[in-house]
Design a protein around this ligand. Sequence first.
Ligand code: SF4
Ligand code: FES
Length: 250
Amino acid sequence: MVSLKIDGRETQAEPGTTVLEAARSLGISIPTLCHHEGLPPYGACRICVVEVSAGGRIRIESSCTRPVEEGIEVWTDTEKIRGYRTLIAELLLARCPDSERVQEVARDVGVTETRFEKKEEECILCGLCVRACQDAMGTSAISFVNRGYARKVDTPFSINSETCAGCGACAKVCPTGAIQIEDVNGKRIIRYFHTELELEQCPECGARFVSKKFQEKTDADQKASEELRHLCPDCRRKRASRSLREHMVY
Ligand code: SF4
Ligand code: FES
């Protein structure tokens, strides 16, 4: 276990735990926006910043990406941190003034208005959609593109994605509502990512309920795990690596 101090309280945490997790386990509240418990941390929004004293230096770091470390001391609610969070909340509010989630996070840190020019952007570049697609669904249909002001999340070449299965995970995690899924006339449309997919139809009632591509992917995954179910862990590994080799494209 790793020993550290948070807001003056001694605590211990498993190695690999983040400062955010360690603080929350003590009941200390830290605001977050780009953090999702089921996805790897990314550190995009910086609203979760804390002060960390390590190796004789005090730094401002995002608590969702900072792993605990033996002997460090963390402060989650100093004047400096409150000022930093206020600035971040105002910048987020200026970028996406209509996002309810952004407004809520801003309110949590005492911000209801912004002194910056409002931009009416749809996306705060939190990267949740990219991580949901890549890490939760294993698809990588979208990614960050461009730099600076032109940075955004998009499909390759900004056209209909060949790999998107229309699962909707990106829309589910998006805090601003930028990504919307529309099921219209037998098609699943994800305008934000220029993508349209055919929907599967229920043979009983005719309802369209899931994209054909996602159904095929789920069926294939189920078949694969069914085939492996009766094998011992060793043979399962061998079979999986054999099938990986067979499916590799050179
Ligand atoms: S589209 Fe939504 S989830 Fe994706 S980066 Fe932008 S705000 Fe985050
Ligand atoms: S929640 Fe930690 S950087 Fe966004």
